[in-house]
Design a protein around this ligand. Structure first.
Ligand code: UDP
Length: 369
């Protein structure tokens, strides 16, 4: 059997998993390209020169999964230190706990309810006329009622997504738990951690095989010669691949305002801001993502959201009605291609977390080989 040649477009988790799996299991030549000057996609981390703090350059990435295979997989490339994300949220001058839990409920309504009482209380507030929630707003009204929804979700979501929550899919809200106990862990997934030496070190290890050749600052476009490859794994935006011939899919992007200070700025890794009068959605202070490290100085970022323009990095697929129509047209084009696999958040235009991306890439390679 001849040695296979693979092209992988994108050195984020999708591309890195495919490169690692193929290179470790098969005799092959792999060429990985990425248009950015670094590997790791949006998971890229780098130590800040002034403060020494490990910074998640594209915003906080807390690894969490319920998939043991994915957890064991990432642990092969670097030590994951257990980390529980305990998010706070500021609303009208008070600090609450997020996701909504018994503390949030009792503080917000000025009560001292126990779990059963809180459940009954919230059930009373919830809108029982909604049977099958059709969007984010209905999902919220059905499960927590209008007061909690307006305080903690309406403003934040409008800032984050730039549209009415009633235009967004219910699945976005389903990402967050609502709890009737004092558990303030942001995620439900049992396996949670942050890489001790940052995500970039993990990617370096994944891509270190001698049969993997990496070229950064290299954009993939229609002029790229793919004729010498047996298969191409494409992880870039699906609409960019087809030169936006059916129009651009909409994404939200985020941008950060960087600040430095002495000591501890906010006492927590992430604090959300629910009020619409505050233009940013949240502040992240990155030294709190590595509580095992000591730093005298601190660095924190105010995070803002906006619509993605051609020069911006796409983050969150909006998946509005119009987008889904365009997506279907692009997906029909993908089906016509031979020897191409589209995978990952941008190439499939889905709101995926790191563990979803890794899990799907592992499955895809299993099917191919
Ligand atoms: N959300 C909100 N208030 C919060 C946190 C989240 O309204 O304090 C909404 C918002 O619409 C967000 C969604 O819930 O996009 C999912 O939140 P998650 O934390 O999963 O978003 P991510 O970490 O991916 O930005």
């Amino acid at each position: 059997m001849s040695t296979k040649r693979y092209l992988i477009v994108g050195a984020g988790f999708s591309g890195a998993v495919v490169a690692e799996q193929l290179s470790s299991k098969h005799d092959c030549h792999i060429f990985v390209i990425d248009e950015r000057p670094h590997i790791g996609g949006n998971c890229y981390t780098e130590r800040d020169k002034d403060t020494g703090v490990m910074v998640h350059q594209y915003g906080p990435h807390i690894f969490n999964t319920d998939n043991k295979e994915v957890w064991d997989y990432i642990n092969r490339f670097g030590e994951m230190v257990p980390f529980i994300n305990r998010v706070k949220i500021v609303y009208k001058g008070q600090v609450y706990s997020m996701p909504i839990n018994l503390h949030t409920i009792n503080q917000f309504f000025g009560k001292t309810l126990n779990p059963q009482e809180a459940k009954e209380f919230i059930e009373q507030l919830a809108d029982k006329s909604i049977e099958e929630p059709q969007n984010f707003e209905e999902q919220a009204m059905k499960f927590i009622g209008k007061d909690l929804y307006h305080a903690f979700f309406y403003g934040y979501t409008k800032k984050q997504w730039g549209c009415e929550p009633s235009e967004l899919p219910a699945s976005i809200l389903k990402r967050l738990p609502v709890r009737f106990n004092y558990n303030d862990n942001y995620y439900n997934n049992p396996l949670q951690g942050i890489p001790k030496d940052g995500y970039t070190a993990i990617f370096e290890k994944m891509l270190e095989h001698p049969s993997v050749k990496l070229k950064l600052d290299t954009k993939f476009d229609a002029s790229f010669d793919v004729s010498g490859y047996d298969h191409v794994f494409y992880t870039g935006p699906i609409d960019a691949f087809f030169e936006y011939k059916y129009g651009r899919l909409s994404y939200r992007t985020v941008f950060f305002e960087k600040h430095e200070a002495e000591g501890d700025y906010q006492g927590n890794a992430v604090i959300n801001y629910a009020d619409t009068e505050i233009p940013y959605t949240r502040i992240h202070e990155h030294k709190h993502f590595t509580p095992w490290e000591q730093h005298d100085k601190t660095i924190y970022f105010k995070e803002y959201s906006k619509e993605t323009e051609p020069a911006d990095i796409p983050y969150y697929p909006k998946r509005l009605k119009d987008d889904i129509e365009k997506l279907t047209l692009y997906q029909d084009e993908v089906k016509k291609l031979e020897n191409f696999t589209f995978l990952g958040r941008l190439a499939t235009y889905r709101y995926m977390d790191m563990h979803h991306v890794i899990g799907e890439a592992l499955d895809i390679v299993k099917k191919i080989s």
